[in-house]
Design a protein around this ligand. Structure first.
Ligand code: URP
Ligand code: ZN
Ligand code: ZN
Length: 479
């Protein structure tokens, strides 16, 4: 009767937790019932004692991304391509990724997207989509390329307010937001004040403060708060356009977002595990070890960690994504500028695609801090709604059977050897976590079980984004 039946699990969606059997046919969920007839599945999986969640969606990952020429760390290679990146995702319970198709200045955005399609095709093991990074909004990009690419299913655009080779001006942001508004797309913003960072960094360097911990001092919270406020103000001037402030690291930018919602803006907030589990103190490690956890915005202090947890608990955050930006700790990655570079020449970013869900499940769900429903909402369902991925992020009839069986009784010590990314370290080495994603299905196929991969590279499909639910939502959040 069914291709597959998953029997006896505790299912959680963004709305409720219940016990049911799941019938899967043709890669989709076709039945959810207290009890499906015995023997009705061509294959049966016993989910007794397990928690069955929709596969995670990680909507902030940098995969196979070449650094822009002109960046301080130009030439550094992201360690994960679509093969290792999506295998790592699968082992961590993530069955959909949205990575970035990056336009470098002077090049065509359309060509960049074609290039990322070519990089992913034949390699991805889970389904994927792309955000467009607009670093050169020429009249051709604004007038022709963006509308065509949005119509072709890349309905989310990221803009940077920092990084020499990536940032665009306020006026250019207005232009991009206007196109997004006209074409009903969503704009993601990396909000940090570039000029202030440059000024602070130069002063630090002039007095010889060039170690990794000084990276955090060059990008303090006010720099993020001001840029967040400015991005929101620009969105307000354009009107209507939904915007997502990504990788929010502390209370001050989050307060700006909350205030903007009160003014009626359509704004969504994303944070990342590094702002819950790391602090600026971790950058202050011997030798160059602190470089391993250098990312932007930087991890902050314990008060900021508490503020981020509070924002997750009280619903101020909508999304928790990894911002997986994987550099190896070697001369091709973090240390592209030499073994002991000043902080401005260290490649920015940390790995986290595989650890995102286990960290949050253990320290959020198993501690009772986050209800299971909210965990599902922030790590899967809200990404699907915001980025127009119909069929993903849900356990309901008609949805893709992207499912993860979590063992809540398993205790695991995180080591880099356990992970499947192509990075030679994890910032979370030695953490002891409760609960683990043991069995992972993508469109009804078991792709991870018993610690082994059962999927061929290339099975992952490109997902065209439909209209974001943000366009139908009232100002602020939909939940
Ligand atoms: O440090 C980070 N976050 N690197 C990745 C690029 C970005 O800004 O998201
Ligand atoms: Zn960013
Ligand atoms: Zn990022």
């Amino acid at each position: 009767m069914f291709d597959l039946v998953i029997r006896g699990g505790t299912i959680a969606t963004a709305a409720e937790v219940f016990s049911a059997d799941i019938g899967v046919t043709g890669g989709r969920i076709v039945a959810l019932s207290e009890r499906l007839p015995l023997g009705s599945g061509g294959r049966e999986i016993d989910a007794g004692g397990k928690i069955v969640l929709p596969g995670g969606i990680d909507a902030h990952v940098h995969i196979d991304q070449a650094q822009a020429p002109g960046l301080a760390s130009a030439g550094a290679m992201m360690a994960d391509g679509f093969r290792s990146g999506t295998i790592s995702a699968a082992f961590g319970g993530t069955t959909t990724t949205i990575s970035f198709a990056v336009q470098h200045r002077g090049t065509s955005l359309r060509a960049a997207v074609a290039d990322y399609h070519a990089r992913a095709t034949g390699h991805a093991v889970v389904d994927y989509s792309f955000h467009l990074v607009v670093s050169d909004p020429t009249p051709a990009v604004l007038g022709q390329e963006l509308p065509a690419l949005i119509a072709a299913g890349c309905r989310s655009l990221k803009v940077y307010m920092t990084y020499d080779a990536m940032r665009i001006s306020d006026r250019q942001m207005l232009d991009v937001m206007q196109v997004a508004r006209d074409q009903r797309a969503v704009v993601l913003v990396h909000a940090e004040n570039h000029e202030a960072i440059a000024w602070l960094a130069e002063r630090l360097e002039a007095r010889g403060d060039t170690r990794p911990q000084h990276h955090a001092q060059s990008r303090p919270l006010p720099v993020e708060r001001e840029a967040t406020h400015r991005a929101l103000t620009l969105a307000e001037l354009v009107g209507e356009v939904p915007i997502v402030i990504v990788h929010v690291s502390g209370a001050e930018p989050l307060d700006e977002i909350i205030r903007a919602r009160a003014r009626g803006l359509r704004v969504w907030a994303e944070t990342c595990p590094q702002y819950l589990f790391l602090t600026a103190g971790d950058l202050d490690a011997p030798d160059m070890e602190g470089a391993k956890v250098m990312c932007s915005p930087p991890p902050r202090d314990t008060a900021s960690q508490r503020a981020i947890w509070r924002g997750i608990e009280d619903g101020a955050f909508d999304l928790i994504n990894s911002d997986h930006a994987p550099y190896r700790f070697d001369a091709q990655g973090k240390l592209i500028a030499g073994p002991n570079p000043p902080f401005r020449k260290v490649s920015n970013g940390i790995p986290g695609l595989e650890t995102r869900l286990p960290l949050l499940f253990s320290e959020g769900v198993m501690t009772g801090r986050i209800p299971l429903t909210r965990f599902v909402a922030m790590t899967a369902t809200n990404n699907a709604r915001l980025y127009g991925l119909a069929g993903k992020g849900r356990v309901s009839v008609g949805a893709d059977a992207d499912l993860v069986l979590w063992n809540p009784d398993r205790t695991t010590t995180v080591t880099n050897a356990l992970l499947h990314h192509n990075v030679d370290y994890t910032p979370y080495e030695g953490m002891v976590l409760r609960g683990w994603p043991e069995t992972v299905l993508s469109r009804g196929e078991v792709i991870v079980a018993d610690g082994a991969l059962h999927a061929s590279p290339g099975r992952g499909r490109f997902l065209e984004q439909g209209l974001s639910a943000a366009w139908g939502a009232e100002a602020g959040q939909w939940t």
